[in-house]
Design a binder for this molecule. Structure first.
Ligand code: PMP
Length: 420
């Protein structure tokens, strides 16, 4: 083990909770992670001792709050090897992608242009592009996957043409777990001068991310999937693109001066920061980033691989389990979605809950991907830094128990599931 998971667990009091009389096993980290005490304390400290609006006052509290806010902002930008100028605060990944669609797309696309995305996307990286296509008359094209749940790069090559203006793809799938080859995608997109937007919601929390190395034009991610608070996300963008992009939301803070017939927009990134920002969110996310940096993203990744490898090894021994996505743990991020033959995914999740195991079931906001794989949904176990191999053992043991009574369970309405 790369770091001491047991001492990490001490920072997460929620992990000591009992659910239905059993110790909580929290395997729903792809939906949202838990927050360590350090993050909650940093937010509480701000509200209790430093709270004031930022960039507005000459009084001491406002100056202190502004300093704390900017230091935190800088810390977040550095985490992805960016700088503050290129880092825009958003509500979450969904918001970040919408900002590009409406802020850049609406002003730059026209009828006949093409947007390339993939069938692997979360709805958040699909529906904004569909809206944009509808509004501009652009055409949307979907890159297919292989039977193993990897991106079909031959299909990608055939879909990108001189008409492609935007290529939007996920760095890591929230269902099949696949980590996509950003180099291939970025090179192809840039060869036709398209801009590339990467959905990093399931990647940035799990894999060391360097926007300079990646050479994407935009990167979106959410604080709440990496130990940070909800309501704060990031849109990183290349400076030259942001400089030319008008803010999508305008109002207080986005300007240097306004007369009745002219606006002088503010410098980056403040131009995009309309209204009072989520100050406590930025402070909390910076603390989350410090926490992750202390563990080291190499350690985070190695831990994910270890847990996924263990899960797949155990699941492969069980005939009734069908795993979605590639079986090679190195090709995945820290999650495994699966189905039990003959059992509805919600029944499996409900039964696991009776054992204190929190997993997600359903379409995971990726319905087209499930339909492509001939499923209506799946059960997803998703891991993070505090999960253990022992928890995986317990989880798979309970799956076997569920399978042993599956004929009975299959007839139960979802609300009444009990395997005892
Ligand atoms: N993209 C992916 C791949 C995701 O997994 C998620 C969250 N499930 C999102 C986008 C959307 O994230 P948020 O809800 O934080 O906007």
């Amino acid at each position: 083990m790369i770091y001491d998971v047991n001492s990490i667990r001490e920072d997460f009091p929620i992990l000591k909770r009992k659910i239905h009389g059993r110790e909580l096993v929290y395997f729903d980290n792809a939906a949202t992670t838990q927050r360590p005490k350090q993050v909650v304390e940093a937010i509480a400290k701000f509200y209790l001792y430093y709270n004031a609006n930022v960039h507005r006052g000459f009084h001491t509290l406002s100056q202190e709050a502004s300093q704390l806010f900017e230091e935190s902002y800088e810390e977040i930008a550095k985490f992805i090897n960016g700088n503050m100028e290129e880092t825009i605060l958003t509500i979450n990944t969904t918001d970040a992608i919408n900002i590009v669609a409406y802020g850049w797309g609406l002003r730059n696309l026209k009828k006949g242009d093409e947007i390339v995305t993939t069938v692997m996307e979360h709805h958040s990286n699909m529906l904004p592009w569909r809206e944009l296509a509808e509004l501009t008359g652009a055409k949307i094209k979907y890159v297919d996957i292989t039977e193993d749940g990897e991106l079909n790069y031959k299909d990608l090559e055939s879909k990108i043409t001189e008409r492609t203006k935007i290529v939007a793809f996920t760095l890591a799938s929230n269902v099949v777990g696949t980590i996509n080859d950003y180099k291939k995608i970025v090179n192809l997109a840039h060869s036709v001068e398209a801009i590339v937007i990467a959905d990093g919601a399931q990647y940035v929390p799990h894999v060391e991310t360097d926007v300079k190395k990646m050479d994407v034009d935009f990167l979106a991610f959410s604080g709440h999937k990496m130990l940070g608070p909800t309501g704060i996300g990031i849109l990183w963008g290349k400076k030259e693109i942001l400089e030319e992009m008008k803010p999508f939301r305008v109002g207080g803070d986005t300007i240097k001066d306004v007369t009745l017939d002219n606006v002088v927009w503010h410098d980056l990134p403040w131009r995009f920061d309309a209204g009072t920002p989520h100050i406590a969110g930025v402070i909390g996310l910076a603390e989350a980033v410090r926490y992750l940096k202390k563990i080291g993203m190499d350690g985070v990744r190695a831990h994910d691989i270890e847990l996924v490898k263990h899960t797949i090894k155990l699941m492969k021994e069980i005939d009734d389990i069908e795993i979605l996505g590639p079986l090679d743990p190195e090709k995945r991020t820290g999650l495994v979605a699966f189905n039990i033959k003959g059992l509805h995914h919600h029944i499996v999740a409900k039964a696991l809950d009776m054992y204190g195991i929190a997993v997600r079931s359903g379409g995971h906001c990726a319905h087209p991907l499930h339909y492509r794989l001939n499923y209506q949904g799946s059960v997803r176990a998703s891991y993070y830094i505090y999960n253990t191999k022992e928890e995986v053992d317990y989880f798979v043991e309970k799956l076997q128990k569920i399978i042993s009574v599956k004929e009975r369970l299959a007839t139960e309405p979802v609300e009444n599931v009990c395997t005892g």
